[in-house]
Write a protein that binds this ligand. Structure first.
Ligand code: PLP
Length: 414
């Protein structure tokens, strides 16, 4: 790159090329403003002023990289994007208004009518609705397959397949897919692999290292980490982000507000220590749940009983993550839902909410909340039963959480 072109690029923070994840998480972004602030500034402005009309024209025509209009460029948002790209190990990142709009953005940017998508049937309920419902209206067809059966993904391939979409571990069953195997299937077919990395975050799992092309984030979850804002992002190569996604963002405007970007940017500074501390608590709780007589089954990738335990440990830096789900014992479907509701309602500490990734432990009944919009058949395919409860473990003391759940277990009519 020549010096003249260099001058027209927005500068980077000067960090050693081999800076590690924890350093990148607190420092990657933009150099400080002329005032020398140490904590990143929040630029709440809709547009940016140009020195003259010719410069404005050059900037609008992308001949000079500069901030123009916060629908598609903003310094605070760019700091968040650069930091997340650095953590995921991708060349680029584009922030979006929510996790769902990150998924919509890749479909708008990469697919057209007649294209085909293969998606795990156990992904987040709204993802199933979006791909299987909304985009089907525009002639983009999605085939849903087993998260864990690699052969099903291969069999579902068609000449029109352009995208494979997975989430690992899944919400709420914590099913783990073989990211490298799916990347190979996608690439052999000339398609791309997108992985929703919401549950692990780059602190535990970097799907790009296993061959994924696009990393999806709901920044609402662990990136913010304190349940404050709705946010999303796509991490990918510069060619995908700059050529395919940024133009759609400019036209469609599903942009992240600079304020929300700032919250996520600062949230990422503690991502690594939160993920490890919360995962440690989840692991303790999952082992304890397995020993409770009122619990039929526990789902947690860190448990030896988890069907993909070894794969999870290999893909997730040896850590199970902070989400565990379990099934309360019951006689039939009616009592299953009643018993699950009873355990949830007896808690005094856990927050009854479907969000996850918060420092406050959350408890939810997936069948009637996060996956409530699915048909019974879709729910069954996803393995979500009426007796299932999901815990997204925060930083609460584990002993307090055990006591919170025990209150419900001990008063159950099984
Ligand atoms: C795995 C996963 N992906 C995507 C989303 C959607 O994110 P958002 O709520 O930020 O749109 C969620 C939300 O719960 C999720 O759990």
């Amino acid at each position: 790159m020549n010096a003249a072109r260099d001058d027209k690029r927005i500068p980077h923070v000067k960090l050693p090329a081999d800076a590690r994840l924890d350093t990148l998480a607190v420092r990657e972004g933009l150099p400080p403003s002329p005032w020398g602030e140490n904590s990143e500034a929040l630029f709440l402005t809709s547009s940016f002023v140009h020195p003259d009309a010719a410069t404005a024209a050059a900037r609008f025509a992308n001949k000079e990289e500069a901030f123009v209009y916060s629908r598609f460029t903003n310094p605070t948002t760019m700091m968040m994007e650069r930091r997340l790209a650095a953590l995921e190990g991708t060349e680029a990142c584009i922030a979006t208004a929510s996790g769902m709009s990150a998924i919509a953005l890749i479909v708008f940017g990469l697919l057209k009518a007649g294209d085909h998508v293969i998606c795990s049937q156990s992904v987040f309920g709204s993802t199933i609705k979006l791909l299987g419902g909304e985009f089907a209206k525009f002639g983009i067809e999605t085939t849903f397959v087993s998260q864990t059966d690699v052969a099903q993904w291969r069999t579902a391939l068609r000449p029109q397949t352009r995208l494979l979409f997975a989430e690992s571990p899944t919400n709420p069953l914590t099913e783990v897919c073989d990211i490298r195997a799916l990347a190979d299937i996608a690439h052999d077919a000339g398609a791309l692999l997108a992985v929703d990395n919401c549950f692990c975050s780059p602190a535990l799992q970097r799907p790009v290292q296993m061959g994924a092309d696009l990393i999806i984030h709901s920044g609402t979850k662990y990136l913010d980490g304190q349940g404050r804002v709705i946010a999303g992002a796509v991490c990918a190569s510069e060619a995908i982000v700059n050529d395919k996604l940024v133009p759609v963002m400019r036209s469609v405007g599903m942009s992240l507000s600079p304020f929300n970007a700032w919250v996520v940017l600062k949230g990422m500074e503690t991502l690594s220590i939160r993920m490890r501390a919360q995962s440690e608590r989840a692991a303790q709780l999952a082992s304890w749940l397995e020993q409770q007589p009122q619990v039929e089954k526990v789902y947690y990738p860190g448990l030896k009983s988890h069907p993909q335990h070894e794969l999870a440990m290999a893909q997730q830096s040896g850590v199970g993550g902070a989400v565990t789900s379990f099934i309360v014992k019951s006689g039939d479907a009616d009592s299953a839902r009643r018993n699950a509701f009873h355990v949830i309602d007896q808690t005094r500490i856990c927050s009854i909410t479907a969000n996850l990734g918060d420092t406050k432990t959350t408890i939810t009944h997936p069948a009637s909340t996060s996956h409530g919009r699915l048909t019974e058949a879709q729910r069954q395919a996803a393995g979500i039963t009426q007796g299932m409860i999901r815990l997204a473990v925060g930083l609460d003391d584990v002993e307090d959480l055990k006591a919170d759940l025990l209150r419900g277990f001990e008063s159950l009519n099984t």
